[in-house]
Design a protein around this ligand. Structure first.
Ligand code: NAD
Length: 330
């Protein structure tokens, strides 16, 4: 299609894990994709294959500063934000800024361009939940001054600001509450459970679990998450929608599954549980099923097999990375 007839979408956080998969998804639909990222936790390698395309452009820019994009925009996807505890504890102020100032800048841009905006929220807005599974009408249990407050509260502010723009300026807004997602392009040292365990298993090191490993999580494969986000964007619901996989597992079981799939000789080692580690995390996805006819299709086992296959194709140096601190598995 000729460039001038294509739908134009701005994707912030484009060089990150989810942002890069979203770029691929919209390129597949023949959109003109404008990626934006300041590379604070992302990697240009994730989108290197797109640079040769005429319908892809990239801006290296911090969205917490004023954002300008020339030309028309149909959609804005705001995915820029550190997402793993290791990252947001290292850069707490930037995390608060990108969720607040960054969101405000992008809402302003969407308004100026009459574009529809979707913001990436998170299951972390539920904090350490008192109910399970978590549905969208649960308001959460978050400590604003706890170690995770910088991320959780930035995302809660993001939801409030987005809703205010919808109510006050009649902006077309979408809010997706993303539950733990995994797949290719996650950084092996980003501290999240799946890449951490895979890296340890492939290196033949012990898999480190916090506490007794009985805390639960539910993991969504990236292709399901991307389809969910795509459907939320094109649906007509402006209130938050959970997207995730309700198949809950405790971290002991997850570690054993990864050891089995990688056929590693690694053992499990237990370490002290960090404070305020959520004990359980499971999405209620009935709203997404009802409104969007969406539900995940890829089983955890299949997703893990595909992800492990991807990591096996990386150069050995990627696995040898020794600067390997982890804070928590979320
Ligand atoms: P990621 O760290 O891989 O990607 C985030 C990207 O945003 C990186 O490329 C980073 O460089 C960029 N970025 C950060 N601050 C920026 C700024 N100020 N300006 C421009 N770019 C900036 O993380 P991810 O897992 O891909 O997460 C993407 C989004 O999805 C985040 O908003 C995150 O909160 C949300 N999310 C992800 C998950 C998950 O399981 N992956 C779960 C819940 C929510």
């Amino acid at each position: 299609m000729e460039n001038k007839h294509r739908k134009r979408i701005l994707i912030t956080g484009a060089a990150g894990f989810l942002g890069s998969h979203l770029c691929d998804r919209f390129i597949l639909e023949d959109y003109h994709v404008i990626g934006m990222d300041n590379l604070i936790t992302g990697d240009l390698q994730n989108i290197a294959h797109l640079f040769k395309l005429e319908n892809f452009e990239f801006y290296n820019h911090d969205v917490s500063k004023f954002v300008h994009v020339p030309g028309h925009l149909d959609y804005v996807l705001h995915f820029a934000s550190p997402a793993s505890p290791i990252d947001y504890l290292k850069i707490p102020i930037q995390t608060l800024k990108v969720g607040s100032l960054g969101t405000h800048n992008l809402l302003g841009l969407a308004r100026a361009k009459s574009a529809r905006i979707l913001v990436a929220s998170t299951s972390e807005i539920y904090g350490d939940p008192n109910v399970s599974p978590q549905s969208e009408d649960y308001w959460g249990n978050v400590n604003p001054v706890g170690p995770r407050g910088v991320y959780d509260e930035a995302k809660r502010f993001q939801e409030a600001m987005t809703t205010a723009y919808h109510n006050f300026h009649q902006l077309e807004t979408r809010i997706v509450r993303i539950f733990n997602t995994f797949g290719s392009r996650m950084r092996l040292n980003d501290g999240r459970a799946i890449p951490t365990f895979i890296a340890q298993a492939l290196r033949g090191e012990d898999l480190t679990l916090f506490g007794n490993g009985l805390q639960t999580r539910s993991f969504c494969y990236v292709s399901d998450q991307v389809e969910g986000i795509f459907n939320v964007l094109h649906g007509d619901c402006s209130t938050p929608i959970n997207i995730g996989n309700p198949d809950e597992i405790n971290l002991n079981q997850l570690a054993k599954e990864i050891i089995e799939i990688t056929q590693s000789k690694s053992k499990i080692r237990y370490q002290e549980l960090p404070t305020e580690d959520p004990k359980q995390r499971r999405p209620d996805i009935s709203k997404a099923k009802r409104l969007l006819d969406w539900e995940p299709r890829v089983s955890r086992k299949e997703g893990l097999e595909r992800t492990i296959e991807y990591y096996r194709t990386l150069p050995i140096t990627a696995l040898e990375h020794k600067d390997f601190k982890y804070y928590n598995h979320r």
